[in-house]
Write a protein that binds this ligand. Structure first.
Ligand code: SAM
Length: 248
């Protein structure tokens, strides 16, 4: 079982060293606005520009993704579909990949890809912290080769919505091919207020390959660090929510 408390303590020491709490709060508001209102900036990588927003991502969003994906893989019983490697496409700081990997008795290697060099460094730090085998490297997930067979789990956590529509369509086709070849797949996204046409298309296309689609709501029992960060920013999530497409 992953040692989440020691990870959170290490994240706090790593990212709050050069940032005051008010600076973190301001950065978290700016990052949240990027995800919710100013989504046009996401395709250019605007979310992870600047030390404040990076710290806010690493300290708040990444652990939130870790907790949410941990609940999801539990609920899906994903540990019963073992794989030898997880290909984490758009790995960010590595949180979601580690959450899936640590749900299995024999922990698979994690191979991360992200276009942000900062995120890749953080992911490699996360893998070391959890004692994972594997590595993250920089690349465009829509263009990188996807080497995935029946021993591979492909993960796209909170990443597909950041892609330009034309690249998303190409990616879907490639994922369908890999699923047909026996690879496992888990796509995780926030439950959007506005309907996203691409989600329905992805869900239908992957359902034809035997994938299931789910909406999730889990009680948000946040660890003290995350609780204090959200309260400072005037947020108070009662629930962790997400939707998934999964072929395990
Ligand atoms: C919201 S973050 C999610 C990160 C991680 N999967 C998680 O669950 O915490 C989205 C990530 O996708 C990455 N990303 C977006 N478009 C990408 C692309 N075309 N190629 C590689 N990475 C991309 C961003 O740099 C960012 O790290």
């Amino acid at each position: 079982m992953a040692d989440v408390d020691s990870w959170l303590a290490a994240l706090e020491a790593r990212h709050l060293a050069n940032l005051t709490r008010p600076e973190l709060t301001r950065a978290l508001r700016a990052l949240s606005s990027c995800y919710v209102e100013r989504r046009d900036r996401l395709a250019q990588g605007g979310a992870l520009e600047g030390a404040g927003k990076r710290a806010a991502f690493a300290l708040f969003y990444a652990p939130l993704h870790f907790l949410t994906v941990s609940h999801i893989v539990d609920a899906l019983n994903a540990g019963r579909r073992p794989v030898q490697q997880i290909l984490d496409l758009g790995c960010g700081t590595g949180a979601a990949g580690v959450a899936w990997a640590t749900s299995m008795d024999a922990t698979p290697a994690v191979i991360g890809i992200d276009r942000s060099a900062w995120a890749v460094d953080e992911a490699n730090w996360t893998y070391r912290h959890f004692g994972m085998r594997g590595r993250a490297s920089t690349g465009d997930l829509t263009r990188a080769p996807i080497r995935a067979d029946a021993r591979t789990g492909m993960l796209l956590a909170y990443a597909v919505n950041e892609l330009p529509p034309e690249r998303r369509a190409v990616l879907l086709e490639r994922l369908v091919q890999r699923v047909r070849g026996g690879a496992a797949l888990l796509v995780v996204e926030p439950i959007a207020r506005r309907t996203a046409d691409w989600w329905d298309e992805w869900r239908a296309a992957l359902a034809r390959e035997g994938a299931r689609g789910d909406d999730w709501r889990f009680a948000a029992d946040l660890p003290p660090l995350l609780r204090s960060i959200v309260r400072g920013a005037g947020l108070d999530p009662r629930e962790l929510t997400a939707r998934t497409i999964a072929k395990l």
